[in-house]
Design a protein around this ligand. Sequence first.
Ligand SMILES: NC(=O)C1=CN([C@@H]2O[C@H](COP(=O)(O)OP(=O)(O)OC[C@H]3O[C@@H](n4cnc5c(N)ncnc54)[C@H](OP(=O)(O)O)[C@@H]3O)[C@@H](O)[C@H]2O)C=CC1
Ligand SMILES: O=C(CO)COP(=O)(O)O
Length: 320
Amino acid sequence: MSVSVLGSGAFGTALAISLAGNGPVTLWARDADQARDMQATRRNTRRLPGADLPETLTVTSDLERATQADTILLAVPMQTLRSFVSTHADLLRNRALVACCKGIELKTGQGPLVVLHGFLPTARTALLTGPSFAADIAKGLPTALTLACRDPETGAQLQQQLTTKNLRLYRTTDTSGAEIGGALKNVMAIACGAVIGAGLGDSARAALMTRGYAEMQRMALASGAQADTLAGLSGFGDLTLTCSSEQSRNYRLGLAIGRNETFDPNITVEGAATARAVHAEAQARNLDMPITAIVVALLDQRLTIADATAQLLARPLKEE
Ligand SMILES: NC(=O)C1=CN([C@@H]2O[C@H](COP(=O)(O)OP(=O)(O)OC[C@H]3O[C@@H](n4cnc5c(N)ncnc54)[C@H](OP(=O)(O)O)[C@@H]3O)[C@@H](O)[C@H]2O)C=CC1
Ligand SMILES: O=C(CO)COP(=O)(O)O
């Protein structure tokens, strides 16, 4: 069974490097010059500097060629997934499609698998998510991920196919829980970065992570997901990683907010749009998600960190 990765960003490149240890892999880059450069130099200097591309990995900008594979990993940012799939739906039919993005679509409130299903209702789809920095994967460091697939048989096949020497995949059929965990941990990472950036301390961060996890569970349960999924790699696991490491772009955006510094708008930070999408959804469903609301207010510069802290501390006392 052959594999292609569409999207040659940091994550797509890292996954392709790891999968190339199992056999030939094709990595698609939308930019022809970039594809040629990567194929010739065996490096992705723009998105994943320092990592060598193995000989079993071929980089191309020819999408027809890349979509010949049986299994296709979609490693484009969440907010671009709809336009990508709608433009190329004909090339993606009759393939197993594995979404690798983390987020909720701003204009619809949908997760990646719901977006895929809208265009390709009969496709076999799955989500690959969980705690993993692209640079770690590319270095061959051990990583455990969640492969979420509603169909158990397809899930088991993909688990076998996408497990590599350094990527250990666990499976679940709870796609909704996996989508929500992976999306919301980024929102909490922005909040935690802001707390650390503003010098509010590790105890405050632990409080935010824990109460943030409560928000993740609230949204997940209201969406029909299972609480256990949130306790796994795609929820708790990724929350822990992203809220505690400066390798995370979401956390670094939070740090910049906390320090009153600017942040490069070209860097992919999924949590920003996702915070807005989830906040709107929480309001529509009357779900109490105060940390998410505060992240949106910080992003909109409607609130200072001092006011945000005061607001959270002044909330009515309640049972844990
Ligand atoms: N980086 C990481 O450690 C991890 C990332 N992820 C998730 O992976 C997803 C991708 O992130 P990541 O690879 O890091 O992001 P990057 O910013 O490194 O790369 C994004 C990639 O998407 C491509 N792209 C952007 N817009 C479009 C579009 N409209 N059509 C086609 N391709 C497009 C970019 O192309 P171009 O280079 O030409 O601009 C680039 O190759 C995110 O959802 C992220 O949360 C998950 C786990 C770990
Ligand atoms: O999802 C990730 C780690 O699991 C990567 O986090 P960032 O997108 O914040 O860099």
